[in-house]
Design a binder for this molecule. Sequence first.
Ligand code: C5P
Length: 247
Amino acid sequence: AVTAVIVVAAGSGERLGYGMPKAQVPLGGETILMHALRGVVASDVARQVCIAVPKGDTALRALIAEFTVDLVDGGPEISVVDGGTSRADSVRAALAVLEDGTEFVLVHDAARALAPERIFERVSEALAAGAKAVIPTLPVVDTIKTVAETDGADASIAPEVVTGTAPREQLRAVQTPQGFELATLVRAHEAAGLFDEKQAAAVTDDAMLVELLGVPVHAVRGASQSLKITTPLDLIIAEGLLEGPLG
Ligand code: C5P
């Protein structure tokens, strides 16, 4: 089946505190984006790779151009689009330029720069086996609770109060690449285009849009190396992974 990979790299990276788009932040002597792209290409699942970069960016575009030149013959076709203000907007911008005949699409966060090849393969295999949507997940180690802002007199005690505890054995931490039948993901994003601002702000991955359509989302095992590099601590962990077992 013809598969495309969308790499979303249009975030600001504010939480990392480097004052540059996160995808451009150095990791193991390269950039976060280059690690992510090398993983995608090494997995050999994609005919086309479309990368969403921040609007107005030139540095990432230059890096991608260099990467494209170095690709051996028979590698995927690489394209670049301007991302949007939200992650979902960036995904929609990339969906709009996928080639005719594309059957499956994997959406991957550039921030998960060290996602192993086998996860791309595992997700692609589930699609080939008939899934319309598939996500890599890991069990959670922490107990997860829901909270609400405290109001009234209790506000002087603590800012939040617990409203519930989800049963941990049913919880999963969700990673990327998330894989979809292209037609299903397009339909899910069309529906999301009608969301109001509050609903749109609550969208944190693609699978949740597919869930809202009532289409089953299948879960395969993810990998701890696929951590999302978000904070300075994550960057230290990623550097450590490159020096150790992955280096
Ligand atoms: O902000 P968040 O951690 O959810 O970002 C996840 C991924 O989505 C990152 O790789 C980031 O570059 C990307 N993103 C994007 N466009 C945005 C916001 C985030 O491509 N407007």
